[in-house]
Design a protein around this ligand. Structure first.
Ligand SMILES: [Zn+2]
Length: 466
């Protein structure tokens, strides 16, 4: 039976034929000795696909037929209408073909297919919204070379590697547009809601930032010329990341710690200014405007504190405790060289003091050490570190932070970076700036629980999102 004639038969007939086939599969399963449940799962999946495909095709066709002949862009009635223009595309259950009408919009001076817009089919790509989503999700989670094979193995959807790559990047570009709109909305909403009598919620907003680098090849096609010129074509570029979350002291975990909620995540290849705007918008979405206070935690990198002064100027600032200890250890190495035992013996009480007492006490001890040292290399190191501690003196209120149950380190963003790096720093992977910004953007929509904004058919998975 041809595909066309199958699609006109009723679903009930196709379903009845499937039921017979499945009954037969069950009988066969009983007599084959070495087949597990896995075998019957694969068999049922394969058999059912045609029924699902026919149902999707029928739904798409009927929807096309009831779509009013108006311009998808300006909603004016179309003229010069002709019907039954056929189009085939991949959907979740295989290839489907529908006929739909085409008309001319005098206002837009363009031909259009109103049904395509209603069904969520892009003008050029031959994929259904669900398949577009699968390409986007897989490409943001694994190398495209694997994604294509994994997709086909798990779902039966065939998307060649190059096509999947192109589709994912297109979705990533779209995600970037949606992000721009969302960020603008967040800023506008917060500008409107500023009221002097606004009641503040009893939570603090935690904000952490970090950067890691990614390997990119940004001179495609010039490799040979560059090598001859003695330069390697690969480069490392910075990815800027930030995370924010609420720390709520009303609720307590079993361990007596404040409850973390509304965790958001941003990552960008487009520099510090882009991170600043994206992280600010994310913090606003997570409730920065209603927070009783905010705290920025980071390592010693100058850009972090500049960004904090610039965009989170009311927030308190805290230097990551573990970075501070590393700087104490640098002093220890200058004093004791490779003598690990003496270094540890010297470092431990100071690190404890820094955590549980006051930073000023620790700084004073370093100053005393410096005063005793003769001029030379060790003194230069200690001088530099004393300067570092002076610079960050007001960011080392670890005792107060611990009493309030706040983090004293930037572990949250560091673990976030590690996870992203696993994906983006595999050996042999090269990215272009535009390409990885798109994939990073998809990744942030997924992690932030806003995937449905890109692929609204997922609203059904979570009723709270409708
Ligand atoms: Zn129009």
């Amino acid at each position: 039976m041809s595909r066309r004639s199958k699609s006109v038969e009723s679903l009930a007939v196709t379903a009845a034929r499937l039921a017979d086939a499945l009954e037969q599969d069950v009988r066969d399963f009983l007599v084959v000795r070495n087949h597990t449940l896995g075998d019957i799962e694969v068999q049922i999946e394969r058999q059912s696909r045609e029924l699902l495909r026919v149902a999707a095709e029928k739904a798409a066709q009927k929807k096309a037929e009831v779509t009013p002949p108006v311009c998808p862009v300006c909603h004016q009635p179309l003229s010069r209408l002709t019907g039954d223009h056929r189009r085939s595309f991949e959907c979740r259950f295989g290839t489907i073909t529908i006929g739909r009408s085409r008309g001319y919009c005098k206002r837009c001076r363009k031909w259009g297919f109103p049904a395509d817009a209603v069904l969520g089919l892009e003008e050029t790509a031959g994929y259904s919204p669900r398949v577009q989503e699968m390409a986007a999700l897989l490409a943001s989670k694994m190398p495209v070379s694997e994604a294509s094979a994994v997709l086909e193995h798990l779902t039966g959807v065939t998307l060649p590697r190059a096509t999947l790559d192109r589709e994912a990047r297109r979705q990533g570009e779209r995600a970037r547009q949606v992000r721009r709109q969302e960020d603008e909305q967040a800023r506008n909403a917060s500008a409107k809601s500023v009221q002097p009598e606004m009641v503040l919620e009893p939570y603090q907003m935690m904000i952490q930032m970090d950067a890691w680098n990614i390997r990119e090849r940004d001179d495609w096609g010039k490799t040979k010329a560059m090598r001859q010129g003695g330069r390697e074509p690969e480069r490392w570029h910075w990815v800027y990341t930030g995370t924010c979350f609420r720390l709520d002291h009303r609720g307590k975990t079993g361990g007596g710690r404040p409850v973390i909620s509304e965790r958001g995540f941003v990552a960008t290849r487009e520099g510090i200014d882009a991170l600043r705007e994206q992280l600010h918008a994310e913090a606003l979405r997570r409730g920065l405007g209603q927070a009783a206070g905010a705290l920025v935690i980071g390592d010693g990198a100058v850009w972090i504190w500049r960004l904090a002064d610039d965009r989170f100027k009311d927030a308190r600032q805290r230097l990551d405790y573990y970075h501070a200890v590393q700087h104490l250890a640098a002093v220890g190495r200058a004093l004791f060289g490779e003598d690990q035992a003496r270094l540890k013996e010297w470092l431990r009480p100071l690190a404890q003091q820094l955590k549980n007492q006051s930073a000023i006490k620790v700084v004073h001890q370093l100053e005393d050490i410096l005063a005793e040292l003769p001029t030379g290399a060790p003194a230069e190191v200690v001088q530099r570190e004393v300067h570092y501690f002076h610079e960050h003196q007001d960011r080392m209120d670890y005792r107060a932070g611990r009493r309030r149950g706040e983090p004293i380190g930037s572990g949250a963003i560091e673990s976030t970076c590690r996870q992203a790096q696993c994906r983006f720093k595999r050996p042999g992977q090269y990215w272009s700036q535009r390409g990885d910004e798109s994939l990073l953007c998809l990744e942030t929509f997924w992690r932030n629980g806003r995937w449905h904004l890109l692929f609204p058919h997922n609203r059904q998975l979570d009723p709270s999102k409708t």
